[in-house]
Design a binder for this molecule. Structure first.
Ligand SMILES: [Fe+2]
Ligand SMILES: [Fe+2]
Length: 204
């Protein structure tokens, strides 16, 4: 299936975006290996996360409505945000992906979602931190943190994206904040648990 997807991508996204997609695939594989998750699923979700990245606003809105996706006011104003959900639709309809966890990881790669699976966390982090995003000290630090805990990494990746959105005066989707608060709470409760049960830290 990978070759089929790559052939489709070559016709539907520019070469620079293809590099980003391959970077997300690679980092998703690495993080999945690090956290003992299903590497094959991570690779699939990484490879297909941006299938709809270059769909026009009208196509994104039409596909979202046809598939009964919620189009809230922020998505209405910024239809580009729908490319994550629409990419999952393309993965299912065009490439026959049936695995719900893979489809969710694709659909949540931009905004995340409180309670998302570890696989979704991996693709969410990889989308922002893959090597092609640059090598500023902040990104390098976030890459280091991505190996220290999924929740901590999701939380700080959200903070990084939120700072970017504030600085560039873009609309902020409320789900980014919900994802950030959830990941922060999960990261803190993990820390508290390991303090309460020091033995767990040894076996973790
Ligand atoms: Fe994307
Ligand atoms: Fe992406």
């Amino acid at each position: 299936m990978r070759d089929q997807v790559l052939t489709w991508l070559a016709d539907n996204v520019p070469a620079s975006r293809l590099q980003h997609i391959l970077g997300v695939e690679q980092m998703s594989i690495e993080l999945a290996g690090h956290y003992h998750l299903n590497v094959e699923k991570a690779a699939q979700a990484g490879l297909m996360h941006d299938l709809a990245k270059y769909f026009s606003k009208s196509v994104l809105l039409e596909m979202a409505r046809n598939n009964c996706l919620e189009v809230d006011p922020v998505c209405e104003a910024t239809p580009h945000l729908l490319h994550a959900d629409v990419s999952a639709i393309v993965a299912k309809d065009r490439f026959g992906v049936q695995d719900e966890e893979v489809l969710q990881a694709i659909a949540l790669h931009t905004l995340g979602c409180p309670g998302m699976s570890d696989l979704s966390c991996v693709v969410f982090i990889a989308d922002t931190l893959e090597l092609g995003r640059g090598n500023t000290p902040e990104l390098e630090e976030l890459r280091r943190i991505s190996r220290q805990g999924l929740y901590k990494s999701v939380w700080l990746t959200c903070d990084y994206s939120l700072k970017f959105l504030l600085n560039s005066r873009c609309l902020i989707h409320p789900r980014t904040i919900l994802t950030r608060n959830w990941a922060l709470a999960m990261s803190s409760s993990q820390k508290t648990q390991s303090k309460d049960h020091p033995a767990d830290t040894v076996t973790a």
